[in-house]
Ligand binder design. Structure first.
Ligand code: HEC
Length: 311
């Protein structure tokens, strides 16, 4: 190597080093802890509950200890009709998300309104209860502890619910099954936004961990997938065997998330299903075998609820 190139190399190295020192020393001065939660961040906190990552508390990542998101169209206490409302039910003993136990991470204003109007300070994990996400007259989103403010108990809300989503448990499945190896939850570039919808805002992630952004995309972004495809039937077939609906898909099957029984309590025999499917694949049968309806407590149901809830 010529001496001149050596000198240029040294200069470049020196420049890179001082630039990275500048970043290390000055950028932490940008404090994002004051970032205010968006309404979406509050909804995610209450949907996903306490997220443990991969620790000893949740060694088998079974989606236990999670809140249930429900849709209400009547007041569970009085029975009076109300506008369609999402409510987040934490049965007694369910761990709270970080946004409730360390509410300073919600941002100053959101925290203040959630404690004054929303009375979240009265909620305890031992007793559990029901939460709502609301927006006050100045457009500040906040969490309301409906058990204190409206007398809504977990049991009454579950009974009155039109629909229940096990989306919190489903997020655990999404992490455990490694969906993020192929899928992102982060539309990144402008051409992406046209296909996959709006990019997230910084405040959408207050208190969420893991964020499941994904990294290296091999498949469609899923941040808003429930908005472009809300069909539970399609999702059911696609998770059981993606080739039933997308003939050349590289996505793996997730038929084992159905467990041993379907929604009617019949045994699921994956080997027998495969045999019939192979007959269909090689053309000796006209129709593929039917996909079993997932049981209401199956991991497949949890995962589908999570995906349909991504709007
Ligand atoms: C090996 C890569 C891979 C893995 C792992 C994977 N997928 Fe996929 N997925 C794909 C590909 C490729 C497509 C597009 C073709 C298709 O629809 O099958 C897709 C499509 C989808 C779609 C439809 C997207 C749309 O735009 O309508 C959903 C929903 C989905 N995957 C969810 C999941 C979930 C949840 C998991 C984890 C349980 C998962 N995928 C794991 C590759 C993958």
């Amino acid at each position: 190597m010529a001496f001149r190139e050596y000198k240029i190399g040294c200069f470049m190295f020196g420049f890179a080093l001082s630039f990275s020192m500048f970043v290390t020393i000055f950028l932490p001065g940008l404090d994002i802890s004051g970032m205010s939660s968006t309404k979406l961040a509050l909804e995610k906190q209450l949907t996903y509950g306490w997220e443990t990552g991969f620790n000893y508390y949740d060694p088998f990542l079974q989606g236990k200890d999670k809140p249930i998101k429900v849709v209400l169209s009547k007041d569970p206490r009085t029975g009076a009709a109300i506008d369609k409302t999402d409510a987040y039910v934490f049965p007694a003993g369910t761990h709270f998300p970080d946004g409730l136990t360390h509410d300073n991470i919600l941002g100053e204003k959101v925290q203040a309104v959630s404690s004054s109007k929303g009375r979240i300070g009265e909620a305890t994990e031992e007793a559990g209860g029901v939460f709502l996400v609301r927006v006050d007259a100045d457009d500040t989103p906040y969490i309301e502890f409906a058990t204190a403010t409206r007398g809504w108990t977990a049991d009454a809300v579950l009974k009155a619910a039109d629909e229940q989503f096990l989306a919190g448990s489903g997020k655990t499945m999404f992490v455990r099954e490694g969906c993020w190896w192929c899928h992102t939850l982060l539309p990144e570039e402008t051409q992406d936004w046209q296909t996959f919808g709006r990019p997230p805002l910084v405040g959408d992630f207050n208190g969420e961990s893991p964020t499941t952004f994904g990294s290296d995309r091999k498949a469609p972004d899923l941040l808003h997938v429930g908005a472009r495809n809300s069909s539970r039937e399609w999702m059911t077939m696609h998770f059981f065997n993606p080739r039933l609906v997308q003939p050349h898909s590289i996505m793996p099957r997730y038929d084992y998330l159905w467990g041993s029984k379907d929604a009617e309590g019949n045994n699921i025999d994956l080997a027998a299903w495969d045999k019939e499917y192979m007959a269909y694949a090689d053309g000796s049968e006209v129709y593929p075998p039917e996909v079993p309806t997932p049981a209401s407590d199956s991991e497949a149901r949890m995962l589908i609820d999570f995906v349909l809830n991504l709007k």
